[in-house]
Design a protein around this ligand. Structure first.
Ligand SMILES: Nc1nc2c(ncn2[C@@H]2O[C@H](COP(=O)(O)OP(=O)(O)OP(=O)(O)O)[C@@H](O)[C@H]2O)c(=O)[nH]1
Ligand SMILES: [Mg+2]
Length: 258
């Protein structure tokens, strides 16, 4: 059974009776609630984020039956836009000040506990972030197909300090909207939001873009902080879109088989 099938099997029928729209699926500030402490403590070490290797996972006591569900996320965007920095930010690592071009594919594992609002169910999302240097993607044809294989979501990056990266978004997104691409969650992330003195993308353009494409646009920037407040909006938005996509998939396959 492939990873995706295993994941879909973990959805209970109660998760699908009524599928709420994204925005009301997960408890949004759960990391601030008392009852989340035992879960978030598993992804922290001395108040900082714990680093997980490919084969490592948060250790929960055996009596706490928490399902872990795996997703593959591809980070897309032109060279220097901040793909590697975003992967580091989401994992709680420091961001390199210099731009070191990523020469191939790098993967980063991020765990994020989530509480589903309706059922009160807690799940660990295991997000495997795929970051590939833009120049390497152009140079080696075999890289993009491996990034696309079984991908669940794409983060489309633009930089607030680089107008061309914003103007190219529509092209990038259109490539992933063809039917052959299958169901893929799409999120737009504006990086370098902290460099407002050099901002080249005014808020009204972002708003217009958001209305045209009906996609969530998130903003990131600045130093990586130790807390979870910095990453929670993006990770909650991503996890709930993924959960919503899975619920829709299961519902449509069960309708087909009836
Ligand atoms: N101030 C600020 N700098 C950022 C931010 N994100 C990335 N940077 C800087 O932008 C530069 C390029 O970021 P990278 O993450 O290496 O770019 P990339 O998209 O991975 O580029 P390639 O690997 O060449 O495709 C680095 O010097 C980062 O420190 C941000 O949000 N704010
Ligand atoms: Mg990079």
């Amino acid at each position: 059974m492939c990873e995706k099938e295993q994941r879909l099997n973990k959805l209970s029928t109660s998760d699908m009776t009524q599928i709420p729209p994204p925005g009301s699926i997960v408890v949004s500030d759960w990391h601030r609630c008392k009852d989340s402490k035992e879960y978030f403590s598993k992804i922290l070490h001395r108040q900082k984020r714990r680093h997980f290797g490919l084969l490592e996972s948060p250790l929960m006591p055996p009596n706490a039956a928490v399902d872990t569900i795996n997703y593959k996320i591809f980070i897309s965007g032109k060279s220097g836009v901040g793909k590697t920095a975003l992967a580091a930010r989401l994992a709680g690592w420091n961001i390199p000040n210099m731009h070191y071009e990523t020469t191939g594919i790098e993967t980063t594992v991020v765990y994020w506990p989530v509480k589903i609002r309706e059922s009160g169910r807690v799940l660990f999302f295991r997000l495997q972030l795929w970051d590939c240097g833009e120049n390497a993607l152009r140079r080696f044809d075999h890289l993009l197909p491996s990034c696309k294989e079984q991908v669940d979501a794409v983060l489309f990056l633009f930089s607030f300090t680089d107008r061309t990266s914003f103007d190219d978004l529509s092209n990038q997104i259109a490539k992933w909207t063809v039917p052959a691409a299958g169901r893929v969650v799409k999120l737009v992330v504006g990086t370098k939001f902290d460099l407002f003195m050099h901002c080249d993308v005014p808020e009204r353009d972002v708003k217009e873009f958001q209305e045209t494409w009906s996609l969530p646009v998130l903003r990131v920037g600045g130093e990586v902080s130790d807390g979870l407040d910095d990453v929670a909006p993006l990770l909650n938005c991503l996890t709930e879109q993924l959960w919503h996509q899975d619920c829709i998939t299961v519902r449509s396959t069960s309708q087909h088989s009836q």
